[in-house]
Design a binder for this molecule. Structure first.
Ligand SMILES: N[C@@H](CCC(=O)N[C@@H](CS)C(=O)NCC(=O)O)C(=O)O
Length: 305
């Protein structure tokens, strides 16, 4: 059962990363639209509590976080690599730049300059984005513009050094990582056209990124996705490495949380742990056995026994 399901919403910049990865790999996938704000009962029925966007489902295997999703796509669908010219490890490191240093000022500007945001969305994100002080946002806008612009400038220099794509002659995950804050700025930040105007290489690359597309998308209801999870068994063969910190054993009950924000805990039985991934099995009344996978970097795993 390899049908790919993406739980996401269209305006999510992190989901745009994964949609572009489908584009690079020319994959067919099914789209389940999730709510923009909590509660998200169908999503958390799968994840056990993790609420961030996006989440990828393949049968009864649930992949949280875009970094973990990228690794899984590459493992299952190695054609049209996301990591050209041996850029896998470098891309993982590069995500700390794009997800934090580049994305976070952009997210601040999206929240602070976007007048029409509905009240319930603002209230939800005030709780969610722990790195953002919403009361202080109006005073920080000039600084945030300066930071976002400095990263655009950095990206322009990277493109001058690297050529067509950051990954070389073909687009890869490195490009996607650098692109998603730019994609977000287009619809969410006031004066975004003015921001990009000084950067011609970036604008030309942006057109090449748009041309990648999203592979072949079809729509699926949340109920159908839950049915697929219910009718499928988790497919992956995993183990807990004896050397992996924090030295937990296979089958131990654990709690997994994002370490940055959106830290809703997920409880389960530890069945996979190494330096790249954490996997827990959840035995649920509603959907039977599910395995939820997280990246190792940026996630805590602790014994819950
Ligand atoms: N580290 C996560 C971050 C994901 C993230 O922050 N997504 C945003 C949307 S773009 C989110 O979850 N917002 C709150 C929500 O959708 O409930 C990843 O790489 O997937």
């Amino acid at each position: 059962m390899t049908q790919i399901i993406l739980h996401h919403f269209d305006i999510s910049p992190f989901a745009e990363k994964v949609r572009l990865a489908f584009g690079i790999k020319n994959l067919s996938w099914q789209s389940v639209q999730i709510p923009l704000i909590m509660p998200k009962p169908d999503l958390t029925a799968l994840t056990g509590g993790y609420r961030k966007t996006p989440v990828m489902q393949i049968g009864a295997d649930i992949y949280c976080d875009t970094q973990r999703i990228a690794l899984e796509l590459e493992r299952r669908f190695p054609d049209n690599t996301l990591f050209p010219a041996g850029s896998k490890a470098l891309s993982s490191a590069f995500s700390s730049w794009s997800d934090v240093a580049f994305f976070q000022p952009g997210a601040g500007l999206s929240m602070g300059t976007n007048e029409g945001l509905p009240e319930d969305l603002l209230n939800d994100r005030m709780q969610f984005f722990e790195f953002m002080d919403f009361d202080e946002l109006p005073n920080q806008l000039t600084h945030l513009y300066s930071q976002f612009d400095a990263h655009l400038h950095l990206l322009e220099q990277m493109l001058a050094e690297r050529g067509q794509f950051l990954s070389g002659s073909d687009a890869g995950w490195l490009d996607i990582l650098a692109y998603f804050p730019v994609w977000m700025s287009q619809s969410n930040i006031a004066d975004s056209a003015e921001l990009l105007q000084p950067y011609p290489l970036l604008q030309a690359w942006q057109q090449r990124m748009v041309a990648i597309g999203h592979g072949t998308r079809s729509e699926l209801s949340a109920a159908e996705a839950l049915n697929i999870a219910r009718e499928t068994k988790p497919s992956v063969d995993l183990r807990v490495r004896a050397t992996a910190f924090p030295k937990l054993r296979y089958g131990q009950t654990v709690t997994v949380c994002a370490a940055d924000y959106g830290r809703d805990p997920v409880h389960g039985e530890l069945i996979g742990l190494d330096q790249e991934s954490i996997s827990v099995r959840r035995n649920t009344e509603q959907l039977g056995d599910l395995v939820v996978h997280f990246p190792r970097i940026g996630y805590t795993v602790n014994s819950a026994e």
